[in-house]
Ligand binder design. Sequence first.
Ligand code: GFB
Length: 325
Amino acid sequence: MISSAISVSEPFSFKDKRVWVAGHTGMVGSALVRRLRQEDCEILTVSRKQLDLTRQSETETWIEYLRPDVILVAAAKVGGIAANAASPVDFLYINTMIAMNIMAAAAHAGVGKLLWMGSSCIYPKFAAQPIDEHALLTGPLEPTNEAYAIAKIAALKLAEAYARQYGLSSLLVMPTNLYGQNDNFDPQASHVIPAMLRKMHEAKSSGAETVSVWGTGNPLREFLHVDDLADACCFLMKSEANLPLTNVGSGDEISIRDLAYLVADIVGYRGEILFDTSKPDGAPRKLLNCSRLASLGWKPKVNLRSGIDELYTRWRASVRQFEQS
Ligand code: GFB
C-alpha cells in the first residue's frame, strides 16, 4: 500500500555521483542527460548494442562492473495507441523484463537510489479526474494500453517490494502524455503530437485537401514537454520529501480535436481535418492531479504551443539534414 504521507528523508545531492541513465538515446533518457549536465555528476550511458536490458545476466554484469550510485531508468518499449494494440507481447514482456532485471541487479549491487519512470496509463480507465496517486488499482484499465500498464504496475510494485525487503530506495515517477526532442515520428508507432505534425506537414507539402485524424476527436489529453519531465525528476531526486509514487503533469489539457487545429495552425496547413471514427479513441480523459509535486514547489515551464512549435522546427531540420546526406 502506498503511503499518502509526505515524510522527510536525508537530502540527496548529485554532486560527485555516478549516475547511469538507462535508455539515454530515447526521448525521456536524452532529456534526462541534457538536464543532468547542469548537475555536478558523472553521467554514465551504455548503448543498446552493448547491453540488452531484457537479459538478466548482461544487466547484472553491467551494474556490478559500473557500480553506479544512482540509476535513472528511462529505458522502455513505448509507443502510441496503435503500437500498443499491435504489439502487446513486446509492451508487456520487454517492459517487465527491463524492470525485473534492473531492480534485481541494483538491489544486489547496493545501488543507493533509483528513479523509475511509469506512465499515467497505470490508472483505471474511468478514474476520477484529475487522477491522484491513490487511484492506482481501483478499477479496470484502458484496454488499448493494458499490456504496457500492467508492466508498469508490476515494476512499481516490485520497486515497493525491493524497498521493503532489501532497502532499495526508489522514486516512482508517473508522467502524463509526453512530447519533445527525440520524439518518434513513425506514423504507425508514434504518439499523437508527432503523428499530427508529420501528417499535416506532408499534407501541406503535397497540397492534400484533407488530413485524417484518428478517433472522434473527443478524448482529452494532458501534455507535458519532456524537458519539464527531466527537470521534475531532478527536482524530486533532490527533494527531501519521501514520495514513493508521484504524478508529473502540466495541467495543459486539450481535446484531440483542438490539438489537431492547433497543430494545423503551427504547421500552416489550411485543408480540412477529418476524424476517422474507425480508429480507437483510447482513454476518454487522463488529467493528472499533481498537487503532491506542486506542494513541494515544482512547476512546468514549457507551454504547449511553444513546445510543439519547437518540436516541429527541430523535426524539419532533421528531415532536411537526412535528405541532404
Ligand atoms: O498519443 P496516443 O497514441 O496515446 O493517442 P494515448 C492519443 C489520442 O490521439 C487518441 C488520437 O485518442 C488517438 O486516437 N489520435 C488522433 C492519434 N490521430 C492520431 C494519430 O495519428 N496517431 C496517434 N498515435 N494518435 C498512450 C498509450 O495512449 O498513452 C501509451 O498507448 C502511453 O502506452 C501513453 O501510456 C502515455 O494517450 O491514447
